[in-house]
Design a protein around this ligand. Structure first.
Ligand SMILES: [Zn+2]
Length: 275
């Protein structure tokens, strides 16, 4: 009798420790908001898909993603500068084939609407240093910026935007497990720029997502492996698209393409969220 009760007690202890272990490995991420970080019209979409749709314009959107983890907030990309919100006709590009951006809502107003101050952002991770992604990076001097060293060292005005920020910068060399529990992982996807990166997020109910950055700009380019003419390295771009495809398969993840308007129109924007 005694040995049975010890046996049962030890079984119970085992199941309690198994439950504790699974609680520990549970993702610390619980919320992801999509913020409107710009709306634009590209003058000639074939800049992004050489030889395809030459001379045709196309609507673009620009997203930022605000992610809550039990260790703090992470903001992925900052969009076009909030200053564009005050321009009645938006910001026309120097090259009419590029993108004419408008900003219906500022980033700061959307953060405030969620009760969040810039100083609450623990990590600011940017896919790359083009102005439609780092437009508000100076708003977050108290955050730690997570970028690839290759992007930081890129000897162009783009790379130099990082050297000018007041924030602490964590220069990464490859993939990076942001919170140490594999819930949010930066995936190095060079090619659009030298240190471009994408983000794998594992939400408890929605499941796994890959936020593309500009590893791809819209769905037909993903389906056809189109490489924009402005990319710094075509072969690395194609290898990065394959890397993303492999991550999607391994993690059974969805791909959320930052600039794809049709996809954004199908998603819930803040203050709605994904959990
Ligand atoms: Zn972009």
């Amino acid at each position: 009798m005694k040995s049975w009760s010890i046996y049962i007690a030890s079984l119970a202890a085992l199941s309690i420790s198994a439950a504790a272990a699974s609680a520990q490995t549970k993702s610390g991420v619980d919320k992801l908001y999509i913020l409107n970080c710009g709306e634009g019209v590209s003058g000639d979409i074939s800049r992004w898909s050489p030889g395809v749709n030459v001379g045709k314009s196309m609507d673009f959107v620009d997203n930022c993603y605000l992610i809550h983890h039990t260790q703090g907030w992470l903001l992925w990309d900052t969009g076009v500068t909030d200053a564009i919100a005050a321009m009645p006709d938006g910001q026309a590009p120097a090259d009419p084939k590029a993108t004419h951006w408008r900003r219906p809502k500022t980033l700061i107003s959307q953060l405030e609407g969620l009760g969040i101050k810039p100083a609450d952002i623990k990590y600011l991770a940017v896919s790359h240093t083009h102005p439609d992604h780092v437009g508000n990076i100076k708003m977050f001097p108290q955050s730690t910026v997570l970028v690839q060293k290759a992007e930081y060292d890129w000897p162009t005005p783009f790379g130099q935007t990082l050297q000018a920020v007041a924030s602490q910068v964590n220069k990464l060399e490859g993939d990076h497990d942001v919170f140490g529990d594999l819930s949010v992982t930066i995936i190095a996807t060079p090619g659009h720029t030298p240190g471009h990166q994408s983000l794998l997020v594992k939400l408890p109910n929605t499941g796994a997502l890959v936020l593309s950055g500009d590893a791809v700009h819209f769905k037909s380019n993903w389906d056809n492996r189109g490489v924009p003419s402005m990319n710094t390295d075509k072969d690395k771009t194609l290898a990065s698209m394959q890397r993303i495809a492999d991550v999607l398969a391994k993690e059974t993840a969805q791909l959320w393409i930052n600039h794809d308007k049709a996809q954004r129109d199908s998603l819930k924007m803040a203050p709605g969220f994904y959990d």
